[in-house]
Design a protein around this ligand. Structure first.
Ligand code: SF4
Length: 224
Protein backbone atom coordinates (compact mmCIF):
# COMPACT_ATOMS: atom_id res chain seq x y z
CA UNK A 1 0.00 0.00 0.00
CA UNK A 2 1.37 3.43 -0.93
CA UNK A 3 2.05 5.96 1.81
CA UNK A 4 -1.04 7.81 2.99
CA UNK A 5 -1.10 11.60 3.42
CA UNK A 6 -4.52 11.74 5.09
CA UNK A 7 -3.13 12.41 8.56
CA UNK A 8 -1.15 15.43 7.37
CA UNK A 9 -4.38 17.38 6.94
CA UNK A 10 -4.81 18.46 10.56
CA UNK A 11 -6.43 21.86 10.62
CA UNK A 12 -9.94 22.55 9.45
CA UNK A 13 -9.91 25.38 6.94
CA UNK A 14 -13.52 25.39 5.90
CA UNK A 15 -15.68 23.20 3.75
CA UNK A 16 -14.33 21.41 0.71
CA UNK A 17 -17.13 22.86 -1.38
CA UNK A 18 -16.02 26.40 -0.48
CA UNK A 19 -12.30 25.82 -1.00
CA UNK A 20 -12.48 23.92 -4.30
CA UNK A 21 -13.33 26.98 -6.45
CA UNK A 22 -10.30 29.08 -5.41
CA UNK A 23 -8.07 25.98 -5.46
CA UNK A 24 -8.92 25.31 -9.11
CA UNK A 25 -8.74 28.99 -10.08
CA UNK A 26 -5.31 29.58 -8.55
CA UNK A 27 -3.81 26.33 -9.80
CA UNK A 28 -5.13 27.05 -13.29
CA UNK A 29 -3.35 30.43 -13.25
CA UNK A 30 -0.16 28.97 -11.80
CA UNK A 31 -0.02 25.98 -14.14
CA UNK A 32 -1.64 27.35 -17.29
CA UNK A 33 0.52 24.91 -19.27
CA UNK A 34 -0.81 21.89 -17.37
CA UNK A 35 -1.76 19.24 -19.87
CA UNK A 36 -1.03 15.64 -20.65
CA UNK A 37 2.70 15.15 -21.19
CA UNK A 38 2.32 12.23 -23.60
CA UNK A 39 2.75 13.04 -27.30
CA UNK A 40 0.21 11.68 -29.76
CA UNK A 41 -1.51 12.71 -33.00
CA UNK A 42 -4.63 10.57 -33.03
CA UNK A 43 -7.10 8.76 -30.76
CA UNK A 44 -5.30 5.49 -31.43
CA UNK A 45 -1.88 6.96 -30.58
CA UNK A 46 -3.37 8.42 -27.39
CA UNK A 47 -4.71 5.03 -26.33
CA UNK A 48 -1.43 3.23 -27.04
CA UNK A 49 0.62 5.95 -25.28
CA UNK A 50 -1.51 5.74 -22.15
CA UNK A 51 -1.28 1.95 -22.15
CA UNK A 52 2.51 2.16 -22.46
CA UNK A 53 2.75 4.73 -19.65
CA UNK A 54 1.83 2.18 -16.94
CA UNK A 55 4.74 1.76 -14.49
CA UNK A 56 6.99 4.20 -16.35
CA UNK A 57 7.35 7.93 -17.00
CA UNK A 58 5.71 9.89 -19.80
CA UNK A 59 9.20 11.00 -20.86
CA UNK A 60 10.17 7.39 -21.38
CA UNK A 61 7.06 6.71 -23.44
CA UNK A 62 7.68 9.80 -25.58
CA UNK A 63 11.12 8.47 -26.50
CA UNK A 64 9.65 5.24 -27.85
CA UNK A 65 6.45 6.39 -29.57
CA UNK A 66 7.72 8.50 -32.51
CA UNK A 67 9.30 5.46 -34.21
CA UNK A 68 6.50 3.19 -32.99
CA UNK A 69 3.76 5.35 -34.48
CA UNK A 70 5.57 5.62 -37.81
CA UNK A 71 5.57 1.83 -38.04
CA UNK A 72 2.14 1.07 -36.55
CA UNK A 73 -0.52 3.36 -37.97
CA UNK A 74 -3.70 1.28 -37.77
CA UNK A 75 -4.96 -1.36 -35.32
CA UNK A 76 -4.22 -4.01 -37.98
CA UNK A 77 -0.53 -3.06 -38.01
CA UNK A 78 -0.10 -4.17 -34.38
CA UNK A 79 -1.48 -7.59 -35.34
CA UNK A 80 0.47 -7.85 -38.59
CA UNK A 81 3.84 -8.52 -36.91
CA UNK A 82 4.99 -11.30 -34.59
CA UNK A 83 4.39 -10.41 -30.94
CA UNK A 84 8.15 -10.62 -30.32
CA UNK A 85 8.69 -7.79 -32.81
CA UNK A 86 6.14 -5.59 -31.02
CA UNK A 87 7.77 -6.49 -27.71
CA UNK A 88 11.13 -5.30 -29.05
CA UNK A 89 9.58 -2.07 -30.31
CA UNK A 90 8.15 -1.19 -26.89
CA UNK A 91 10.91 -2.81 -24.80
CA UNK A 92 12.19 0.48 -23.31
CA UNK A 93 8.85 1.23 -21.62
CA UNK A 94 9.21 -1.81 -19.33
CA UNK A 95 6.77 -4.67 -18.70
CA UNK A 96 6.96 -5.12 -22.47
CA UNK A 97 5.51 -8.65 -22.55
CA UNK A 98 2.30 -7.73 -20.69
CA UNK A 99 2.00 -4.47 -22.61
CA UNK A 100 2.45 -6.12 -26.03
CA UNK A 101 -0.18 -8.71 -25.15
CA UNK A 102 -2.60 -6.04 -23.90
CA UNK A 103 -2.06 -3.83 -26.95
CA UNK A 104 -2.69 -6.68 -29.36
CA UNK A 105 -5.80 -7.79 -27.47
CA UNK A 106 -7.04 -4.22 -27.50
CA UNK A 107 -6.39 -3.85 -31.26
CA UNK A 108 -8.30 -7.06 -31.94
CA UNK A 109 -11.28 -5.79 -29.95
CA UNK A 110 -11.17 -2.37 -31.62
CA UNK A 111 -11.38 -4.07 -35.01
CA UNK A 112 -14.04 -6.61 -34.06
CA UNK A 113 -16.31 -4.51 -31.84
CA UNK A 114 -15.64 -0.84 -32.56
CA UNK A 115 -15.02 -0.59 -36.33
CA UNK A 116 -11.35 0.09 -35.66
CA UNK A 117 -12.14 3.29 -33.72
CA UNK A 118 -11.28 4.16 -30.12
CA UNK A 119 -14.56 4.30 -28.14
CA UNK A 120 -15.25 7.32 -25.92
CA UNK A 121 -17.59 5.75 -23.35
CA UNK A 122 -15.89 4.66 -20.14
CA UNK A 123 -17.88 1.43 -20.02
CA UNK A 124 -16.54 0.51 -23.49
CA UNK A 125 -12.96 1.58 -22.79
CA UNK A 126 -12.69 -0.59 -19.67
CA UNK A 127 -13.69 -3.64 -21.75
CA UNK A 128 -10.44 -3.34 -23.74
CA UNK A 129 -7.78 -5.81 -22.55
CA UNK A 130 -5.26 -4.13 -20.25
CA UNK A 131 -7.30 -0.91 -19.99
CA UNK A 132 -8.12 -0.27 -16.32
CA UNK A 133 -10.31 2.56 -15.04
CA UNK A 134 -7.43 5.03 -14.72
CA UNK A 135 -6.30 4.48 -18.33
CA UNK A 136 -9.91 4.71 -19.51
CA UNK A 137 -10.43 7.96 -17.59
CA UNK A 138 -7.29 9.51 -19.11
CA UNK A 139 -8.31 8.54 -22.64
CA UNK A 140 -11.94 9.66 -22.26
CA UNK A 141 -10.87 13.00 -20.78
CA UNK A 142 -8.36 13.70 -23.55
CA UNK A 143 -10.99 12.84 -26.15
CA UNK A 144 -13.23 15.50 -24.59
CA UNK A 145 -15.61 13.08 -22.88
CA UNK A 146 -14.49 13.04 -19.24
CA UNK A 147 -16.76 10.70 -17.30
CA UNK A 148 -14.65 10.44 -14.17
CA UNK A 149 -11.56 11.98 -12.56
CA UNK A 150 -8.13 10.46 -13.07
CA UNK A 151 -6.51 9.47 -9.76
CA UNK A 152 -2.77 8.85 -10.04
CA UNK A 153 -0.13 9.08 -7.33
CA UNK A 154 -0.03 12.92 -7.42
CA UNK A 155 -3.82 13.32 -7.45
CA UNK A 156 -4.07 10.90 -4.53
CA UNK A 157 -1.40 12.70 -2.47
CA UNK A 158 -2.66 16.24 -3.11
CA UNK A 159 -6.33 15.32 -2.59
CA UNK A 160 -5.38 13.88 0.79
CA UNK A 161 -3.20 16.83 1.78
CA UNK A 162 -5.91 19.28 0.72
CA UNK A 163 -8.45 17.24 2.72
CA UNK A 164 -10.62 16.70 -0.34
CA UNK A 165 -10.75 13.05 0.69
CA UNK A 166 -9.94 10.90 3.70
CA UNK A 167 -9.63 7.73 1.67
CA UNK A 168 -6.62 5.79 0.37
CA UNK A 169 -8.44 3.71 -2.21
CA UNK A 170 -8.37 5.38 -5.68
CA UNK A 171 -11.98 4.47 -6.47
CA UNK A 172 -13.20 6.10 -3.24
CA UNK A 173 -10.95 9.12 -3.79
CA UNK A 174 -12.42 9.53 -7.26
CA UNK A 175 -15.95 9.37 -5.82
CA UNK A 176 -15.10 12.08 -3.27
CA UNK A 177 -13.59 14.29 -5.96
CA UNK A 178 -16.59 13.82 -8.25
CA UNK A 179 -18.81 15.14 -5.45
CA UNK A 180 -16.85 18.36 -5.02
CA UNK A 181 -15.15 19.19 -8.35
CA UNK A 182 -17.50 20.84 -10.89
CA UNK A 183 -18.10 18.49 -13.81
CA UNK A 184 -16.75 21.02 -16.30
CA UNK A 185 -13.37 20.71 -14.55
CA UNK A 186 -13.15 16.91 -14.40
CA UNK A 187 -10.70 16.74 -17.31
CA UNK A 188 -8.30 19.51 -16.26
CA UNK A 189 -8.44 19.04 -12.48
CA UNK A 190 -6.07 16.01 -12.41
CA UNK A 191 -3.58 17.84 -14.65
CA UNK A 192 -3.55 20.78 -12.23
CA UNK A 193 -2.85 18.50 -9.26
CA UNK A 194 -0.26 16.47 -11.19
CA UNK A 195 1.71 19.56 -12.22
CA UNK A 196 1.39 21.16 -8.78
CA UNK A 197 2.58 17.87 -7.30
CA UNK A 198 5.58 17.71 -9.60
CA UNK A 199 6.59 21.35 -9.26
CA UNK A 200 5.64 22.36 -5.70
CA UNK A 201 3.90 19.76 -3.55
CA UNK A 202 6.61 17.13 -3.59
CA UNK A 203 5.88 13.85 -1.78
CA UNK A 204 8.79 14.20 0.66
CA UNK A 205 9.50 17.93 0.74
CA UNK A 206 6.47 20.03 -0.19
CA UNK A 207 7.49 23.65 -0.82
CA UNK A 208 4.61 25.20 1.15
CA UNK A 209 6.37 28.59 1.23
CA UNK A 210 6.02 28.79 -2.58
CA UNK A 211 2.52 27.35 -2.80
CA UNK A 212 -0.33 29.49 -4.21
CA UNK A 213 -2.96 27.51 -2.30
CA UNK A 214 -1.13 27.47 1.03
CA UNK A 215 -3.90 29.34 2.86
CA UNK A 216 -6.44 26.78 1.60
CA UNK A 217 -4.39 23.73 2.58
CA UNK A 218 -4.86 22.04 5.98
CA UNK A 219 -1.49 20.28 5.56
CA UNK A 220 0.63 23.39 5.14
CA UNK A 221 3.95 23.07 6.94
CA UNK A 222 3.89 26.82 7.64
CA UNK A 223 1.11 26.50 10.21
CA UNK A 224 1.99 23.35 12.09
S1 SF4 B 1 2.82 22.55 -1.00
FE1 SF4 B 1 2.22 22.56 1.16
S2 SF4 B 1 0.57 24.10 1.27
FE2 SF4 B 1 0.82 23.52 -0.89
S3 SF4 B 1 -0.65 21.89 -1.27
FE3 SF4 B 1 1.29 20.92 -0.72
S4 SF4 B 1 1.21 20.59 1.51
FE4 SF4 B 1 -0.40 22.07 0.97
Amino acid sequence: MARSYVREARRGLGRRSERIGPIIERLALEHSDAEIALRFRSDLELLVSVMLSAQTTDVNVNKVTPALFEKYRRPEDYLGVAIEELERDIYATGFFRQKAKAIRGTMRMLIEDFDGEVPTRLEDLVKLPGVARKTANVVAAELGHAQGIVVDTHVRRLSQRLALTRHDDPVKIERDLQRVVPRADWARFPHLLIWHGRRVCDARRPRCEDCVIEDLCPSSRLRS
